[in-house]
Design a protein around this ligand. Structure first.
Ligand code: ARG
Length: 457
């Protein structure tokens, strides 16, 4: 047990209480941020004449030593300390003596932890964004290659109208692009520096909070010291954005699982991203996609947990808030892991073009276009709808596609059909005619792909 307080106590903390209270097992991952924050604080204290230049330099050298030793594995973060703040401060005092005892001047662990967490989250948002960008690049690569890979577009998981694989992937491109923009919104809103808020009511030392904020690359200091130490909104926003990323990954996983099934065979997941069964030798299972889908639950859980933790907390800091960390760390780790694995699975996945196209044809996704053909030749739409309905029934009974029918077969349903009907209802025509902005037609698709290239830079 090593703690920073005890002067007003007459008894030792009960060991179970100590363990229950301690956070070092999980907040140790904030050591870099904690040291960085302390360095900025000390520079500011010296600039304001609260510490001497010599004290500043001694403390900075001590903190640099701690950082290096931890990074090089020479100093391990001992679970004997209550939290990462106590560990760093106690270590500093051991190293440099009395000057180390001045580090915490004009500071509380409440503003300190608020700062550490913001610094950590800023970095993690950056890393998550890099992974999202990688996934978008993978998607764009697939899109470029598959503007003519026809497949059924579905509604109600029933084949509806033909699209292309590029178009289908483009839908996910849009989702993950929005996810990036959500993260950057959060970053912009949270980028205010809480250091200098003290325990809750600021301090009587003449701190220069603008200066600390600038040193730590924040836009400005926070404006209310009570809110500074008890604001966890940005974590809730982050968990919500992470939940949305998982929701997108989970929908995508669900499609990969369906597409990879024995019945669909639209795709084949690479051996490196599949797993086998201990009993059934023929099996190749899409475990990665299933795990990504499954892990969505724990990220949603983290969001619910923090919302619930925060709802009854009176101002200002309360220890409940320590519960923000494990949930948030786990959610970030989960999302980063899922993004990495999913992008790897996607970039090695094989797309079975022919199976997709046959599925679109056999699924009568060109039925609307066949009706349009009749309408263009003077048949009223309602009659055309009926005629094509009969064609579909005829084909279903014979397990064939509309464009497998001969012209004479077609003519037996309507004399209006001519040889050019085959071109009119081919998958290529059906897709390429859909040229409105955002539609799957090749030209429309290529325009959007060009925009995506510009966006990714
Ligand atoms: N471990 C605490 C947390 O994560 C740090 C702040 C402690 N402050 C306090 N007054 N006990 O919230």
């Amino acid at each position: 047990m090593a703690q920073l307080w005890g002067g007003r106590f007459t008894k030792k903390t009960d060991e179970l209480v100590y363990d229950f209270n301690a956070s070092i097992s999980f907040d140790q991952r904030l050591y870099r941020q904690d040291i960085r924050g302390s360095m900025a604080h000390v520079r500011m204290l010296a600039k304001q004449g609260i510490l001497s230049q010599e004290e500043r330099d001694e403390i900075l050298a001590g903190l640099t030593g701690i950082l290096e030793d931890v990074e090089q594995g020479k100093l391990s973060i001992s679970p004997a300390y209550e939290d990462i703040h106590s560990f760093v401060e106690a270590n500093l005092i051991q190293r440099i003596g009395d000057a180390g005892k001045k580090l915490h001047t004009g500071r509380s662990r409440n503003d300190q932890v608020a700062l550490d967490m913001k610094l950590y989250i800023r970095d993690e948002i950056g890393e998550t964004d890099v992974l999202l960008k990688k996934l978008l690049r993978t998607l764009l690569g697939i899109m470029r290659e598959h503007t003519e890979t026809f497949m059924p577009g579905f509604t109600h998981l029933q084949k509806a109208q033909p699209v292309t694989l590029a178009h289908h992937m483009g839908a996910y491109f849009e989702m993950f692009r929005r996810d990036r923009s959500r993260l950057s919104d959060i970053l912009r809103r949270m980028n205010t520096c809480p250091l200098g808020a003290g325990a809750l009511a600021g301090t009587t030392y003449p701190l220069d909070r603008e200066y600390t904020a600038e040193l730590l690359e924040f836009d400005e200091p926070t404006r209310n010291s009570m809110d500074s130490v008890s604001d966890r909104d940005y974590l809730i926003e982050l968990l919500s954005a992470l939940s949305t990323i998982m929701m997108h990954l989970s929908r995508f996983s669900e499609e990969v699982i369906i597409w990879n099934s024995n019945e669909y065979r639209f795709v084949e997941i690479d051996d490196a991203y599949s797993t086998g069964s201990s009993i059934m030798p023929q099996k190749k299972n899409p475990d990665i996609a299933e795990l990504v889908r499954g892990k969505t639950g724990r990220v949603y859980g983290a969001l619910m947990a923090l919302l619930s933790t925060m709802k009854g907390i009176p101002l200002a800091y309360n220890k409940d808030m320590q519960e923000d960390k494990e949930q948030t760390f786990d959610a970030i780790d989960t999302v980063k892991g899922c993004l990495t694995l999913f992008a790897g699975m996607l970039s090695t996945m094989k797309f079975n073009r022919q199976v997709m196209e046959d599925s679109a044809r056999k699924g009568f996704t060109n039925a609307t276009d066949a009706a349009d053909y009749l309408v263009n030749h003077g048949v009223p739409f309602r009659d055309a709808h009926g005629i094509v309905g009969q064609l579909v029934l005829y084909c279903v009974e014979r397990d064939m596609a509309l464009d497998d029918m001969s012209l004479s077969e077609l003519k037996s349903f309507s004399p209006v059909f001519e040889e050019d009907v085959f071109a009119a209802i081919s998958m290529k025509t059906c897709v390429d005619k859909r040229l409105t902005y955002g539609a799957p037609g090749r030209e429309a698709m290529e325009q959007v792909i060009g925009e995506y290239e510009k966006y990714l830079g």
